[in-house]
Write a protein that binds this ligand. Structure first.
Ligand SMILES: Cc1ncc(COP(=O)(O)O)c(C=O)c1O
Length: 493
């Protein structure tokens, strides 16, 4: 936790970018700059009627007063410096294309083409983009699965240590913590291990921008010492969607390279409302994170306890259970296991939306994931719990006894994913004849949402059988190029 001295609180009470934009908006400046709506004047009438014009007055372009995201010298620079100070890192860079772009930037910044990187196969899809764009050899960690909880875990210390022992040439380690389900791995131990061995630690903390600011929440990667860490300011805090931050705290990575790469990947027309809300989100969480997240935690704990005690067919795993398994839990994320209802998570998610006006963030066959954030409260949690109770009374499904499983992903990485992905030496062949070929596409069945093949990998019999089996069922396979997965794209030399 950051120590909040009086002078730090005084500094952090400022929001320099927001202040400048607000002053600009209030002056009703005659606009001969992009965007074309001219301070909201020409916005569609129906939309304007509902949300008014004011928000559009923040939607400006790059000029001296509001500063440039690509070469900041004014309020954006100050806002980024305050962000870095709040999180206790050397530098912070604002992102306007989410943590997705931050993950890609981390791969491109930390590694040179041809380097290898240790990474869990259960990572977000943006890391495949990072591997391809940066021209890296991935060293995959096969994620552990808990079939009682129907849960996929992030990489553990032991898994990373084993990978580093086996592949000492790896340049960096990439970890996701917390996961979508709020599960936090042993990030301090992992950071120490990486740094003892001179390896760069990259952390996807998309779901954890609040962790540092509440003493009851698990440890954050920035505090643990990750070299680079990306957080989705929009996911849990109150910034607009797409607003994320890349934190830099490293002796192993060149910050100038990070800045250049981030600049290459971002639009030259960033949304200033998004940037202003990032500035404000930092101020809010720094000043009020303890109090705000105490309330969110109280509501989440009430919901979890209520579901576990009163809804027989549903279960939320607890922080104590996670600790026994060697992890920690951000309790503000409620994962509700629904397998005993006989209904799938997808079905319940849809009933919640259509009949109860409640929208969840995520569902799969086994679980619902209710993500709570800065704006969540007890009343919302009660509405969700009441709806779940009602659904259990009204709907009865048939027990399906499905198991969450993935095939062994231990296959040979024959070629660089980048080389195959960008090559036109590919052809489609029947899936049934694919064993032994080199895959030229990424295939990800949902669930569990883990790629079973990526470009450059040798197609094994086990993976081929698994895909044939999946495609015969009603399972969505992301990456397939036709309705049914009958053929597969492979590399031809
Ligand atoms: C673990 C993880 N990393 C990265 C991302 C991408 O974040 P963003 O939506 O901010 O681009 C997500 C999105 O859900 C995520 O769950």
């Amino acid at each position: 936790m950051i120590k909040k001295t009086k002078s730090l609180i005084a500094k952090q009470s400022k929001a320099p970018l927001f202040d400048v934009l607000m002053a600009h908006a209030k002056r009703d400046v005659v606009s001969f700059h992009c965007p074309g709506h001219k301070n909201g004047r020409s916005i569609d009438a129906e939309l304007k009627n509902y949300i008014g014009e004011n928000a559009f007055k923040f939607d400006v372009t790059v000029f001296d007063e509001v500063d440039s995201l690509h070469d900041p010298v004014g309020p954006i620079k100050k806002a980024q410096e305050l962000m870095a100070e709040a999180y206790g890192v050397e530098h912070s860079l604002f992102l306007v294309n989410g943590t997705s772009v931050g993950n890609i930037a981390m791969f491109l910044s930390a590694c040179d083409p041809g380097d290898s990187i240790i990474v869990s196969r259960s990572s977000h899809k943006s890391i495949m983009a990072g591997i391809i764009m940066a021209g890296l050899w991935p060293i995959w960690i096969q994620p552990k699965i808990d079939q009682n909880l129907d849960l996929i875990f992030n990489s553990t210390y032991d898994q990373i240590k084993d990978a580093l022992d086996k592949y000492p040439e790896a340049k960096a380690v990439f970890v996701t913590t917390p996961t979508y389900n709020g599960v936090v791995t042993e990030i301090s131990k992992i950071a120490d291990l990486c740094h003892r061995r001179g390896k760069i630690l990259l952390a996807d903390e998309a779901h954890g921008p609040h962790l540092l600011f509440n003493s009851q929440l698990p440890e954050s990667s920035v505090e643990a010492g990750a070299d680079l860490c990306v957080q989705s300011t929009h996911k849990i805090l109150s910034a607009f969607s797409q607003s994320s931050v890349l934190h830099f705290n490293s002796k192993l990575v060149d910050f100038n390279r990070v800045k250049k790469i981030v600049s290459m990947l971002q639009t030259t027309s960033p949304n200033y409302l998004s940037l202003a809300t990032t500035d404000l989100a930092r101020r809010q969480v720094f000043l009020n994170g303890e109090e705000t997240f105490n309330k969110v935690l109280e509501a989440a704990r009430w919901g979890r306890t209520y579901i576990n005690a009163n809804i027989a067919n549903m279960k939320c795993f607890t922080r104590e259970e996670m600790k026994k398994l060697g992890f920690d839990l951000d309790e503000t994320k409620l994962t509700v296991n629904v397998t005993k209802t006989g209904l799938s998570g997808y079905e319940i998610e849809s009933i919640l939306a259509k009949e109860y006006n409640i929208q969840l963030d995520y569902a799969d066959i086994f679980n619902l994931v209710a993500i709570m954030g800065e704006g969540s409260n007890r009343a919302d949690t009660e509405a969700l719990v009441d709806a779940l109770k009602d659904i259990c009374k009204k709907y009865k499904g048939e027990q399906k006894n499905q198991l969450l499983k993935i095939p062994s992903l231990a296959t040979e990485m024959v070629m660089l994913p980048r080389e195959v992905f960008l090559s036109s030496n590919t052809k489609k062949i029947p899936l049934a004849k694919a064993v032994g070929h080199v895959a030229a596409q990424t295939l990800t069945p949902y669930p569990p949402g883990i790629p079973v093949l990526i470009p450059g990998e040798r197609i094994t019999e086990e993976i081929c059988d698994y895909l044939i089996n999946m495609s015969s069922k009603d399972i969505r396979i992301s990456g397939q190029e036709s309705e049914m997965l009958k053929t597969i794209k492979v590399f031809t030399n």
